[in-house]
Design a protein around this ligand. Sequence first.
Ligand code: HEM
Ligand code: HEM
Ligand code: FE2
Length: 463
Amino acid sequence: MRFKSQRVAYYYFVVAVLLYALQIALGLLSAAKYLGPDPLLHILPFDKTKEIHTNLLIVWVLTGFMGAAYYVVPEESRTEIYSEKLAYGQLIAWTLMGLTTVTGYVFGWTAGNKLLEQPFPMKLVIVVVMLAFLFNIGMTIRKAGRWTTTEGVLVAGLVSAALLYLPALIDFDNYTVGVFYRWWTVHLWVEGVWELIQGGLLAFLLIRLSGADREVMEKWLYVIVGLTFISGILGTAHHYYWIGVPKYWVAFGGFFSALEPLSFFGMAVYAYSALRRSGLSHPNRLALHWTIGSAVYSALGAGILGLAHTWPAVNKWTHGTLITAMHGHMAFFGAYVMIVLAMITYAMPGLIGRDEEKSSALGMWAFWLQVFGMFGMTMAFATAGIVQTYLEHIMSIGYLDTQHKLAVHFIMLIATGSLFAVGVLLFLLDFFFVMVSPRAGVRTTAREGAAPWSPAAAAEAGK
Ligand code: HEM
Ligand code: HEM
Ligand SMILES: [Fe+2]
């Protein structure tokens, strides 16, 4: 950490990880309801727990993005944040908005538009907070009078994410029209502009963790951004197959969305080639793991599992089944959860005033339990989804009869989800107790008395 005001990122990360834990608790609860019996049926039924589960995800990941931006922008532009006070005020308003919104869901206060259920007044708060955030970031860059490509891509992603939220403010009478525009926010976020945020953060982390040449990394970042836009914008049409719009969307959706994995594969190759130079020699091994993990897992979850059901000929059978949840979990985790956790683990030593870059055994356990847990959950959703597609859509067995036959897969989901939840819990323990303690459980890969890690020395050693 080079600038004092970067510490605001720490408070964003605190809110993010706490909401992450809450999100996971609601995920487990949603899964348990599939098995039944459900003693909470009349207080907190499935629709509410799922709504809270997914909305908490969006809120905490965005909190993580904002915290990451408050860490990255001062460092890249080499200046203090324009207004620290505004950054704190914005965090308070944002957190209150998030908590009010999800509490409102318990009482049925919802706009009922999947993933964009926030009631209109809450949506207005989101817009105001985003404007304040972008103003603060914009003024910081303006004050410095300099910016880098890495930071530019990150900020372009954040600005576009705010703009693409605007269609979500409009209420449509016609359901098809409403669904058509819902994807301008939901799809163009996760398969468009959020990818710029992931790409920007990935470039920032790789440059620092591998010592890769900035010029080369930033050149490839442009290629990834190009691939994202070429495929992702018209790829939106993979959600238009069956919603009642003209038929040509089927061809557009099939073709362009099949190209979308290219940008995710691009990011995986990008991370691989950057790290091949210096190997895994950076002492913050935890941040390295989360960074490579994000590149690899998003290529699998978004790239491969997205491709698996994006073809119209496949999607006509799998649409509306747990195959979507299979893909949604691994993709979201790989691309956005892992990159936020990478930023947190990278930034933490500096944020808590440590000179040395270290990672703890507990942090590694948190990483592997989440990685394996998520892999198991994806398999559980996949097997459930395949059986469901076959029984329900091919054999025409009713929805509830099919659910009975899926019970075993939900036992698997809860078992692997519990492993995952332990991983999240360990991450929190590491974050709040171990990282900040001067000794407990901390190990370092650097030898006693060895010179501190530097990109040049790492590149030299790798030769
Ligand atoms: C990080 C990137 C991605 C994330 C976070 C993500 C997440 C999701 C989520 C949450 C859904 C469910 C949305 C809803 O029903 O409201 C979904 C649906 C879908 N995704 Fe992705 N996705 C990503 C990338 C991709 C890619 C690259 C492809 C194609 C190659 C893809 C193909 C699909 C398809 C076809 C559906 C619709 C399934 C259906 O309704 O039948 N996704 N995705
Ligand atoms: C213990 C861990 C978790 C469990 C047990 C769990 C369980 C569930 C369940 C049962 C659903 C409802 C599926 C349905 O509509 O039928 C769901 C939805 C969803 N969860 Fe999780 N979840 C967990 C963690 C996560 C994580 C870490 C993420 C993000 C990275 C996530 C993202 C989502 C998304 C995006 C949906 C909506 C999917 C869709 O609409 O198809 N969940 N989850
Ligand atoms: Fe999509």
